[in-house]
Design a protein around this ligand. Structure first.
Ligand SMILES: *Cc1c(COP(=O)(O)O)cnc(C)c1O
Length: 383
């Protein structure tokens, strides 16, 4: 591809940038505070606790690591089973596989691509320890049903809210409904620090253990707060603290979270309006946001008739300088999924729907003109 052509390409994602990031990172460098749990990490923790309404937020090096922490805090052990969708990122499963647990995949709902809450109960066995709902595209799973099922069977609920920062379910922020919530601040997410994440903890009784595991198994967090005069090795653990420079990058966006959210929603709604006609003609399907769900425009996807049509559409858009991408290959069909997990019941929708889905460009500062152009090209394909 020529340099000229690459210039005009509409990328699928552009990392968020508000303009204050460099100033905040410079402060870290000048103040010689660049390791973990510095001033910006604290600001991010506090911002998330206040905005989302959770007992505790601990910034982590990734959502993957937040989920690993949640798996340890939930006491998931060898041979335990953990119910989750197969239509998700590998980390949702890996965090539990690392503890020796078996991911039990349950089919998704075709409307939201989320775990079908009605199928969870039939997958529960004596070994089931936890349910891991993944809020796909920042649209909430049916959490009332999931929490009821969990309570009935004494299961932990760990929300993979990697895509759900600033999304709500019946007024509650995603990530604050289950026992633990995991956020991602990867470059491809709505708010970013390059690589990073956060663990949200609902019940304060887990906070001390979480702080210890996150700090290499030591009580250094207590030491930093002046609660003890030396710190020591207390438990198993690892290093899940991001550098304060990364937190500084993120904080610049959290400060402008509403603005970023509104801009993304503006694009999402424009796509929806532009493509509604095609959906009414039955040519494509559009995302569904159920009652009670407030989403964050993490993603705008459309569904083609089948995988062949999707491949053709993706190539057509690429010719028009639009980078559209498909998403997860269902985990139960991947080599590690076959080795470590099992699918419960019938795969009615997971594979079929995942093969139809195409994600259109979506990022902060995508312009309305670009959205209109992309929508026109989708319409042209179907003409
Ligand atoms: C992005 C993502 C993750 C992983 O996030 P990292 O911060 O890159 O570890 C996990 N689950 C889902 C659903 C994601 O979208």
């Amino acid at each position: 591809m020529s340099a000229e052509k690459r210039q005009s390409m509409i990328n699928f994602n552009v990392p968020p940038y508000t303009g204050h990031e460099m100033e905040y990172i410079r402060q870290c460098v000048e103040n010689q505070k660049i390791c973990g749990d510095g001033p910006y990490t604290k600001k991010c923790n506090e911002w998330i606790e206040k905005k989302m309404g959770t007992a505790k937020c601990l910034m982590t090096t990734s959502c993957t690591h937040a989920t690993e922490l949640a798996a340890m805090l939930s006491q998931v052990k060898e041979g335990d089973e953990v119910i989750m969708p197969a239509y998700t990122f590998v980390s949702t499963a890996n965090a539990f596989v690392l503890r020796g647990a078996v991911p039990v995949f349950v089919d998704i709902r075709p409307d939201t691509m989320n775990l079908d809450e009605k199928l969870i109960e039939s997958a529960v066995t004596e070994r089931t320890k936890a349910i891991v709902p993944v809020h796909y595209a920042g649209v909430a799973c049916e959490m009332d049903t999931i929490m009821e099922t969990a309570q009935r069977h004494h299961l932990m609920v760990i929300e993979d809210a990697a895509q759900g920062v600033m999304s709500f379910y019946k007024g509650k922020a995603l990530g604050t409904i289950g026992d633990f919530g995991c956020y991602s601040f990867h470059e491809t997410k709505n708010y970013s620090m390059g690589e990073g994440g956060a663990l949200l903890i609902k019940d304060p009784k887990y906070v001390e253990d979480a702080e210890i595991i996150r700090e290499k198994g030591t009580n250094r967090s207590k030491y930093y707060r002046g609660q003890i005069d030396k710190y020591t090795w207390i438990n198993y653990g690892s290093s899940y603290l991001p550098s304060d420079m990364n937190a500084a990058y993120l904080y610049a966006q959290l400060e402008m979270a509403e603005e970023i959210n509104d801009a993304r929603l503006g694009c999402w709604n424009r796509y929806y309006e532009n493509l509604k006609g095609l959906a009414q003609e039955g040519k494509i399907e559009l995302p569904v946001v159920p009652e009670g769900c407030v989403h964050n425009a993490h993603m705008f996807y459309i569904k083609a008739k089948d995988i062949e049509e999707r491949t053709a559409l993706k190539s057509f858009l690429a010719e028009k300088d639009i980078l559209a991408v498909f998403h997860y290959i269902p985990l139960h069909t991947a080599p590690a999924g076959l080795k470590f997990g099992r699918f419960h019941g019938e795969d009615r929708y997971t594979t079929r729907e995942s093969e139809r889905l195409l994600r259109l460009p979506m990022y902060y500062r995508l312009t309305m003109e670009q959205v209109d152009y992309i929508s026109d090209m989708v319409k042209e394909f179907y003409r």
